[in-house]
Ligand binder design. Structure first.
Ligand code: UD1
Length: 420
C-alpha cells in the first residue's frame, strides 16, 4: 500500500504549473464518442480518473493512444461497439456515467451499470434520466443497471430541479444530434460545462449559453475530428493558493483563470491573503499576513465550490477565531473532519455545518484520505503540522491531482511517497 508522508512547518517558495482540468477532460473524453473521426486532446493530465475513462473506451473497441509529446491523447471511436460497459470500471468512477449521453446520441441505445454511491453522498442520476426521457428515450431500470433506448431523439425543453454538473453535461451531449432545439434550464454554470460546449462547437455542434443557466442546443447531423486543449484545473489552482496561505508563503501560480476562481479568491482575500495582478494567467499569492476566520457556504457555481471545502477547512483549522463552513451540495462531505481532528483541529459538526475553532497548531499523525479533496486537505494540514503526517488511501488523491508530491517538492516541501 502506498502512503504520502509530509513533514510539516516549512515555508514554500517558487512557482507551480497547473494542469488541465480533470472535470473538463472527463466529459470531453466521453464526448469523443459522438464523432467517428480521430480527436486529439493536448496536455492530457496524467490522472487515475483519465486512465479509467480511457480504459472504458478501449473496452468499447475505440483506439486510445497517449504520446509523451505534450501528453497528447488521440482517440478514434470509428469502430466503437455498443456492448454493455464494464461494471468494474463503471463502479470505479462515477463520471463513467458520462458516456451514456453520447452513446445514446450515436446509437440510440446504451446500457450501463448504475454508478454506486460514494463517500460524499448518495449521488443519484435521476436528473440525467429525466433529460434523456424528455429527449425521447425509454428508460429501463434493472437490478444494478440502467438501459436507455430511443428510436429518434427529439429536441425538448428540460428543466433541472438542481443545476447538476453531470446531468447538464450528459444531456448536452445526448441532444447534439436531436431533431430541432433542446433547451436546458437551470443548467449548471461551472466553467467545465462551458469548456465541453467549446469542444463540441469546435467539432461542429451548435450550442449557445453554456456557462449560464440556460443552454440552447440546435440539433446537427454530424461532427468532425479536431484537436483541443481543456481549461486549467481551477480546483488544483485553488489548492495551491491555500498552500500559500496555510504555510505563510508567497507562491507564483501559473495557469489560473481569475474568473473561474472568483469565489475562492474573494474568500481568501477576506481571510487576509493578497493577490498580485494576473499576467498571462499567472498570479502571485502572498499568504504571509495574519489571517481572519471565515463564514463559507458551498453552492453550485458561481458559489463557493464544494471541491474546495475540505482544503479551506484545513486552513481555517489554524486561523485564530471561529469559522463556519456549511456544505449544501453534498449531504455527506465532512469525512475529512475526523481526520483533521486527529491532527488536533477543533471542529464540531452540526448537520451540514462545521464550526471550526482555530487551533494554534496541528500535529502530524496517521490519517486517511477519505476522498479526493479530503486527501488534498490532509496534505495541506501536513505542511504545517508539527512532525510527520502519514496519509493512507492516497489512490483518491491520484484520481485528481497530477504529480502532487513532485509539485509540492519543487516548492520546497518535504513530501514523499512510501510503499508499506
Ligand atoms: C461534479 C464534479 C465534482 C463536483 C460536483 C459538484 C465532475 C467529474 N465531478 O460531480 O468534482 O464535486 O460536480 O460541483 O465533474 N444530483 C441529483 N440528481 C442527479 C445528479 C445530481 O440529485 O441526477 C445531486 C447530487 O446528489 C449532489 C448534487 O446534485 O447532491 C451535485 O451533483 P452534480 O453536480 O451532479 O455532481 P457531479 O456531476 O457528480
Amino acid at each position: 500500500m502506498e502512503k504520502i508522508v509530509v513533514k510539516g512547518v516549512k515555508e514554500l517558495k517558487g512557482e507551480v504549473n497547473i494542469s488541465c482540468a480533470k472535470n473538463s477532460i472527463l466529459p470531453i473524453i466521453a464526448a469523443t464518442i459522438l464523432c467517428p473521426e480521430p480527436i486529439v486532446i493536448e496536455d492530457t493530465p496524467k490522472l487515475e480518473d483519465v486512465d479509467v475513462i480511457c480504459k472504458l473506451l478501449s473496452e468499447l473497441n475505440c483506439d486510445v493512444n497517449i504520446s509523451n509529446v505534450n501528453n497528447r491523447l488521440t482517440i478514434d471511436t470509428k469502430n466503437i461497439v455498443e456492448m454493455d460497459a464494464n461494471t468494474e470500471l463503471m463502479r470505479k468512477m462515477r463520471a463513467s456515467f458520462l458516456i451514456m449521453g453520447p452513446m445514446l446520441a450515436r446509437f440510440g441505445y446504451c446500457k450501463l451499470s448504475l454508478p454506486g454511491g460514494c463517500n460524499i453522498g448518495s449521488r443519484p442520476i435521476d436528473l440525467h434520466l429525466k433529460g434523456f426521457k424528455l429527449l425521447g428515450a425509454d428508460i429501463i431500470m434493472g437490478h444494478g443497471f440502467v438501459e436507455v433506448k430511443a428510436k429518434k431523439m427529439i429536441g425538448s425543453r428540460i428543466y433541472l430541479d438542481f443545476p447538476s454538473v453531470g446531468a447538464t453535461e450528459n444531456i448536452m451531449m445526448a441532444s447534439v444530434f436531436a431533431e430541432g432545439t433542446t433547451i436546458i434550464e437551470n443548467a449548471a454554470e461551472e466553467p467545465e460545462i462551458w469548456d465541453l460546449a467549446q469542444f463540441l462547437n469546435k467539432m461542429g455542434a451548435k450550442i449557445k449559453g453554456a456557462g449560464f443557466g440556460k443552454i440552447t442546443i440546435e440539433g446537427i447531423k454530424s461532427l468532425k475530428g479536431i484537436s483541443y486543449r481543456p481549461i486549467c484545473d481551477r480546483i488544483e489552482a485553488g489548492t495551491f493558493m491555500i498552500a500559500a496561505a496555510i504555510t505563510n508563503s508567497k507562491l507564483k501560480i501559473n495557469g489560473v483563470n481569475e474568473e473561474h476562481l472568483r469565489p475562492v479568491i474573494e474568500k481568501l482575500k477576506e481571510c487576509g491573503v493578497k493577490f498580485s495582478e494576473y499576467i498571462n494567467n499567472s498570479v502571485i499569492v502572498d499568504g504571509r499576513a495574519t489571517k481572519k476566520p471565515l463564514d463559507i457556504k458551498t453552492l453550485p457555481y458561481p458559489g463557493f465550490p464544494t471541491d474546495m471545502q475540505a482544503q479551506m477547512m484545513s486552513l481555517l483549522s489554524i486561523v485564530e477565531g471561529v469559522s463556519v463552513i456549511t456544505e449544501t451540495v453534498f449531504e455527506n462531505r465532512f469525512m475529512h473532519v475526523a481526520e483533521l481532528q486527529r491532527m488536533g483541529a477543533n471542529i464540531k459538526i452540526d448537520g451540514r455545518t462545521a464550526i471550526i475553532e482555530g487551533a494554534q497548531k496541528l500535529t502530524g499523525c496517521e490519517v486517511k484520505a477519505t476522498d479526493l479533496r479530503a486527501g488534498a486537505a490532509l496534505i495541506l494540514g501536513g505542511l504545517v503540522a508539527e512532525g510527520e503526517t502519514e496519509i493512507s488511501d492516497i489512490y483518491h488523491i491520484d484520481r485528481g491531482y497530477v504529480e502532487i508530491e513532485e509539485k509540492f517538492r519543487r516548492l520546497g516541501a518535504e513530501i514523499y511517497r512510501i510503499n508499506v
